[in-house]
Design a protein around this ligand. Structure first.
Ligand code: BJW
Ligand code: ZN
Length: 252
């Protein structure tokens, strides 16, 4: 059986399907990935900007990066990969864990989304003053003032995202971990190098899930999963979805 048919067979027979996505899912929408061609902004690596230290040193520089990304994302539309996952999210037992902060899964209508690294559209008080809501939503592009300020204390606001060295929100971590108790765990468009997100596929396998990867190229996860498919998510997911229509099914 070819790999696409095998993926379709596994997805069709899963009562509990969990999908982990990364930046590659949004690449066809025009959202730059972090690593690889076009992954750099003004020659900074994400590891140099997405950190509390970088923000302490130069909040304006970090906010310029986020403001630029917000402007890019605001012009992007969900692609065929997002659309397939949105359709699958109507199945009972479906969970989507995304490392992406762009909100494109939600814009495609996906249900049961766990935002592992937060949202680029949410802000919070960098000083944690307690006077403002824990996070607030702001889709203004470009932002009127850089860096933006906390409405309660006037101190710096920051993106409500998870930076290197920061812990995943414990409630989010619990939900993501619970989602690894599934029949099929599908990882799509992630380089699988950033932890703890990259640990989820190992956990799913440990718990007995069949594991499948869709990615343009091989990743550290490719050696772990039961089935690895190489190619663009925006083509392979629709191809799997089309095969599902003809695969004797469970759970659809
Ligand atoms: C396509 C495609 C197409 C393209 N179709 N595919 C050494 C070992 C292990 C861990 C560590 C270590 N040293 C440090 C750490 C910890 C660190 C870490 O993992 N670092 C690694 C880089 C080594 N992790 C952390 O710090 C985490 N926190 C933590 O560990 O806390 C501990 C703690 C506990 C208790 C208290 C306190 C602390 C936090 C990690 C946060 C990551 N944050 C970011 C930024 C989020 C906000 C923002 O967006 O600005 O998350 S970094 C960035 O990487 C972002 C992404 O979500 C994440 C993953 O990237 P992703 O999605 O995989 O993108 P790419 O670009 O890497 O890959 C795209 C892939 O798509 C490629 O493979 C392409 O081939 C493919 N592709 N087009 C299909 N069309
Ligand atoms: Zn404040």
């Amino acid at each position: 059986m070819d790999r696409l048919a095998e993926a379709a067979r596994r997805v069709a027979s899963a009562s509990r399907l969990t999908v982990l996505t990364g930046a590659g899912v949004s690449a066809a929408s025009g959202v730059p990935t972090f690593r690889g061609t076009g992954g750099l902004w003004r020659s900074y690596r994400p590891e140099d900007l997405a950190t509390p230290d970088a923000f302490r040193r130069n909040p304006r520089l970090v906010w310029e990066w986020y403001d630029w990304r917000r402007q890019v994302i605001a012009r992007c539309q969900p692609n065929a990969a997002h659309a397939v996952l949105a359709r699958w999210s109507r199945r009972p037992g479906f969970t989507l864990v995304t490392q992406n902060v762009d909100g494109l899964h939600e814009r495609a209508g996906t249900r049961h989304v766990i935002r592992f690294h937060g949202s680029i559209w949410d802000l919070r008080c960098a000083g944690g003053c307690g006077g403002a809501p824990p996070t607030w939503h702001d889709e203004t592009v470009p932002l009127a003032v850089l860096p933006p300020r906390c409405p309660a204390c006037g101190g710096l606001a920051r993106p409500a995202v998870v930076w290197f060295g920061e812990a995943i929100d414990p409630a989010v971590w619990e939900q993501a971990l619970a989602s690894t108790a599934c029949d099929v765990f599908l990882t799509v468009g992630t380089s699988a190098v950033v932890y703890p997100a990259a640990a989820l596929v190992h956990e799913a396998k440990h718990r007995g899930a069949a594991t499948v990867e869709i990615n343009l190229e091989g990743t550290p996860a490719s050696d772990v999963v039961d089935l690895a498919l190489q190619g663009p998510a925006e083509q392979l997911l629709p191809a799997v979805d089309r095969l599902l229509q003809t695969t004797p099914a469970a759970g659809r």
